[in-house]
Design a protein around this ligand. Structure first.
Ligand SMILES: C[S@@+](CC[C@H](N)C(=O)[O-])C[C@H]1O[C@@H](n2cnc3c(N)ncnc32)[C@H](O)[C@@H]1O
Length: 182
């Protein structure tokens, strides 16, 4: 029991608990992102892997998911057998991942994680990377596209952001910090 409760509580603090995105919404998100073959698509908190598998199978993308709840990740690994896609499901904390090669990042997180994304994630992404968020927006950042909710079908809104800044390589940033502290 404790083994299940701890990852759930921890995931609520650092991202969001496991609630899968409906398949119709998955398809709306990927379509809106206009994914091209070979693009790198990350899902931050990939749950059962449905977003990265669909991106891989239906768009020919290189799907990579990060999931840190052991049970959810194991379940996703099991389901991978049936998806037969080339997507990778990595066990780990996405806040610690290097996402500089991302073309598209999809997520279904909570408002506090979207706020953290603004300061910790956006500055490290290459210009033109799309962030496709199910349900929650990044406060104070103008969306590139906004797909409205469909109330009667119970599908939430989708917010898409396009990064314009340059990459801030982690190593270079560290070297710069060291230099200026001398
Ligand atoms: C709301 S679910 C979304 C799952 C999937 N993206 C989808 O849309 O179907 C959020 C997932 O993120 C995971 N998660 C939360 N914080 C995380 C973190 N810091 N690193 C990796 N996974 C995280 C949770 O365990 C949960 O499975």
């Amino acid at each position: 029991m404790t083994l299940m409760v701890i990852p759930t509580v921890y995931s609520m603090i650092t991202g969001a608990p496991f609630v899968p995105t409906e398949m119709r919404q998955v398809r709306r998100m990927l379509k809106a992102a206009e994914i091209k073959k070979g693009q790198v698509v990350y899902d931050l908190g990939s749950g059962d892997g449905r977003l990265v598998h669909t991106a891989s199978r239906e768009y020919g993308a290189r799907g990579i998911g990060y999931e840190f709840s052991p049970f959810v990740w194991l379940w996703a690994k099991f389901l991978s057998l049936f998806w037969r896609s080339k997507a990778q499901l990595r066990f780990g904390n996405f806040w610690k991942a290097d996402l500089r090669d991302a073309d598209v990042i999809v997520c279904y997180l909570l408002p506090h994680s979207m706020e953290r994304m603004k300061k910790d994630l956006l500055p490290q992404l290459k210009p033109g990377t799309l962030i496709v968020s199910h349900a929650f927006h990044i406060h104070g950042v103008k969306p590139w596209k906004e797909i409205p909710r469909i109330r009667e079908e119970r599908l939430g809104p989708i917010w898409i952001y396009k990064t314009t800044g340059g990459i801030r390589p982690k190593k270079a940033a560290l070297a710069q910090r060291k230099k200026s502290s001398r």
